[in-house]
Ligand binder design. Structure first.
Ligand SMILES: [Zn+2]
Length: 240
């Protein structure tokens, strides 16, 4: 079959020529797809606003020699209007789609698609505080790519007692005896918050203070940076 149909979340778009765009999207069954939307930048385009970033769509594409071409688009949910209303939501959504693009560049899965679509829906619907939805998405997306953090026992000695430090470089919590340079001291509440976020367990996050959410956010950001930079480095090693 020269053409295929799938759902997709639009991750980003690039201008191509006078009136076209290249749409980068994550699909459940065809992984990360880059396809041309012809004439999409004309005001009378048949695609309308459906190919904006963050849109959840049903799409039909025609296989091309280098790039596929989008022939038909139906909207399932357009999140851009809700997310663009507030800077923090827009920034969170941008971080989520950018991370999804990097994680699925080499290996995509239907799980990654559903996690992202669900995260954007939660963000647009205001299901929980913006930062918590972003961080929950990031922890779970990285875990799907094989980079789960350990919250329950010391990553060095396995102890479940005196868990007082967190190190993204070591992959999780450390007990007081196994403290390593670069590990940050964390309270039990922050540890529990990180674990709840990693499971999408919103009930357990409602009592978190802003200070705890901020510390968890810093750890999640460090985890993303650490894994994606290492990941990108390993991709470039493979390519040389
Ligand atoms: Zn230990």
């Amino acid at each position: 079959m020269a053409s295929y149909r799938d759902q997709a979340v639009v991750l980003r778009t690039h201008k191509l020529g006078e009136a076209d765009r290249i749409i980068t999207m994550l699909t459940p069954n065809h992984g990360l797809v880059r396809a041309v939307a012809k004439g999409v930048r004309r005001t009378a385009s048949k695609f309308g606003a459906r190919l904006e970033p963050f849109s959840h769509i049903d799409v039909m594409c025609f296989h091309g020699r280098s790039l596929d071409t989008i022939t038909q688009v139906e909207s399932i949910a357009l999140y851009a209007p809700a997310l663009s209303g507030e800077l923090s939501s827009y920034q969170a959504a941008s971080i989520m789609v950018e991370t999804a693009a990097q994680l699925t560049e080499v290996e995509a899965s239907a799980h990654q698609f559903h996690l992202l679509a669900g995260g954007l829906k939660a963000l647009a619907g205001g299901l929980a505080p913006t930062g918590l939805i972003r961080d929950s998405y990031l922890l779970r997306a990285l875990a799907l790519s094989g980079w789960a953090l350990n919250y329950d026992s010391c990553v060095v000695c396995g102890s479940r007692a005196d868990l007082a430090y967190f190190s993204v470089a070591h992959g999780g919590v450390l007990c007081a005896n196994c403290h390593k340079p670069g590990a940050v001291a964390v309270t039990k509440e922050v540890m529990l918050l990180l674990r709840a976020l990693s499971r999408g367990d919103w009930q357990q996050t409602v009592n978190a203070t802003q200070g705890e959410a901020n510390q968890a956010a810093a750890i999640v950001a460090a985890h993303v940076k650490w894994q994606l930079e290492r990941g990108l480095k390993s991709y470039s090693t493979v390519m040389h």
